[in-house]
Design a protein around this ligand. Structure first.
Ligand code: ATR
Length: 521
């Protein structure tokens, strides 16, 4: 089995700061240190020898060192001349560094090649990482490039790093890892490339890089070591790990990875939940789905789908002949896709059930008691549609209020409800009020869809907004002594329902809520 290392770049401007970063990186669990000497001011061979010695002396356990002095043309920080950069790499080998990283383009020049090869032959354990970078997009032929590097220097570790403009660009790097053996590094830069950094270990990439802190990142899209370890379960990942994830744009602040990964960890499951940035548009969504389904070896087993792809997910499920939950069809949106090892797909919507469970448990009633309950639903978007479908299925009497009255009318007609504009909210006459608009959501925390006097103690008020957990609407409701249901409850419920579909097991609801509240604070 090929070893994968978690490498932390040391990118300090002077040796003292570098020593501090080295200490912090080792304490955080770095398995390799990459000394990015191109960040050091007044760089010299002597400085690098001392730095290598300092890295050796730091920490209780010796970790291997990669010494890099990156060419400015390939992402280097300070533009040092080639001669000095070669001196630095030779000095690093003499000082006992395990790896030096040199750019393929520069290695092709025979005088550079000779200098490096002589230094390597004189070093006891030094190895060469030959790297190629493309900051503007994919390599034309990444497999060919990998072969070429090995034909030029068979003992080198090829390192191929390029920018992913779309998540679908990541499959070149992942295919390379899947199709080749030996030590090799294939990673994608940019937010769309994040999954290659998390999955390098699963597919035997020689290293993945994580920064000490966001401001120390040495390449775009690099995660911090704590994100990789604490959020994305780095230590638990292996070749058998099953994959899950949330498809969204934006995805960076999604709470789903935290909730699901905490659930997997607490039950000791060999599963990992990824953030999957898929830009808006059905073509990109469809090709992402085809990409992961075609590659069974990726081991994707389940997906959460959210804005802006819930309609695309339904359309895809239909075209792929998936088994679709009937109410998801009626809602017109799918937020959960379950993929079997044999290639079968099942599609669900867990939003409506999450809302119904939140409502019935807060009101202390059964779903059948929703019959003839007077409900006001504020908003006529995707969330409203799921909740209206669910409540309608159990016979509630629903009136939909929306800023754009035509949208309220359309939704009301689809489900046989009443409708009105927001101006009629002051004549509210309902037992249950559900806010499905984004009014009151961070940062507009001083807004509420209702005027203060509209609420009374006989009502239950449910706000689907979960950031903040206690919106102004819920504060008003509490003041009026109404029962309240917050958006965190619904969010947690839909995640727990997904977890059940993904794993067949119950997630710990308390842990899930705590995880969400931690992320929100
Ligand atoms: P979601 O999928 O979260 O439901 P959506 O489909 O974009 O998102 O729907 C957003 C809902 O919030 C709509 O009902 C929208 O009203 P319009 O249909 O008139 O656009 C409502 N909404 C958003 N911002 C609002 C605001 N400032 N005041 C009132 N309603 C608002």
């Amino acid at each position: 089995m090929i070893m994968s290392y978690l490498a932390v770049p040391i990118s300090a401007s002077n040796p003292d700061k570098a020593a501090e970063q080295i200490k912090a990186a080792l304490a955080a669990g770095a398995e390799i240190l990459e000394l990015r000497t191109d960040y050091l001011e007044n760089l010299s061979g002597q400085m690098v020898r001392e730095l290598v010695a300092a890295a050796r002396a730091a920490g209780s356990k010796a970790v291997p060192l990669i010494v890099t002095c990156r060419d400015k043309n390939q992402g280097g920080s300070i533009g040092y001349p080639l001669k000095l950069r070669l001196d630095v790499l030779v000095a690093a080998l003499k000082a006992g560094a395990e790896f030096i990283d040199f750019e393929l383009d520069n290695f092709l020049r025979i005088e550079n090649q000779e200098r490096i090869l002589v230094a390597l032959s004189q070093s006891r354990r030094g190895r060469l990482i030959l790297s190629a970078h493309n900051f503007s997009g994919k390599f034309d032929d990444i497999l060919g490039l990998h072969r070429r590097i090995l034909s030029i220097c068979p003992s080198a570790i090829p390192k191929l790093v390029y920018t992913a403009d779309h998540i679908n660009d990541c499959f070149g790097a992942l295919d390379l890892l899947n199709r080749t053996g030996g030590e090799r590094i294939a990673l994608c830069m940019g937010e769309a490339g994040v999954i290659t950094r998390i999955l390098a270990k699963k597919f035997g990439g020689f290293v993945t890089f994580a920064s000490l802190a966001e401001q120390c990142a040495t390449a775009p899209g690099q995660l911090t070591i704590s994100e990789l370890k604490d959020l994305y379960r780095y230590d638990a990942i292996n070749a058998e790990t099953e994959l899950f994830g949330v498809i969204a744009e934006p995805v960076a602040h999604s709470l789903s990875p935290a909730i699901h990964n905490a659930g997997f960890a607490s039950l000791g499951m060999n599963r990992l939940y990824l953030p999957l940035l898929v830009q808006a548009g059905s073509a990109g969504f469809d090709s992402f789905m085809r990409n992961i389904i075609r590659r069974r070896w990726l081991n994707f087993r389940g997906l959460s789908v959210t804005i802006p792809h819930k309609h695309n997910a339904l359309a895809f499920a239909r075209s792929a002949g998936a088994k679709i939950e009937p109410l998801a069809e009626k809602i017109g949106a799918v937020n959960t896709l379950v993929l079997s090892a044999q290639g079968g797909i099942r599609a669900y919507n867990t939003d409506y059930a999450a809302a119904l469970d939140a409502i019935t448990s807060a009101m202390g009633i059964a779903r059948s008691d929703l019959k003839d309950l007077n409900v006001a639903v504020i908003g006529a978007g995707g969330v409203s549609r799921a909740i209206v479908a669910g409540l309608n299925d159990f016979g509630a009497r629903i009136k939909i209020y929306n800023r754009t009255v035509e949208k309220a009318q359309k939704l009301a007609e689809d489900f046989g409800c009443e409708y009105a504009g927001l101006d009629e909210l002051d004549k509210l006459d309902a037992r249950l009020i559900v806010n499905c608009t984004s009014v009151g959501m961070y940062p507009n925390v001083d807004e509420s869809p209702l005027l203060e006097g509209c609420l009374d103690g006989e009502m239950t008020v449910f706000d689907t907004v979960y950031n903040p957990a206690e919106t102004l609407l819920l504060k008003q409701a509490k003041k009026a002594r109404a029962r309240v249901i917050d958006g965190v409850t619904m969010f947690v419920n839909q995640a727990i329902a997904q977890f059940r579909l993904f794993t067949g097991q119950e997630a710990d609801a308390e842990l899930a809520r705590k995880t969400v509240m931690n992320c929100l604070s």
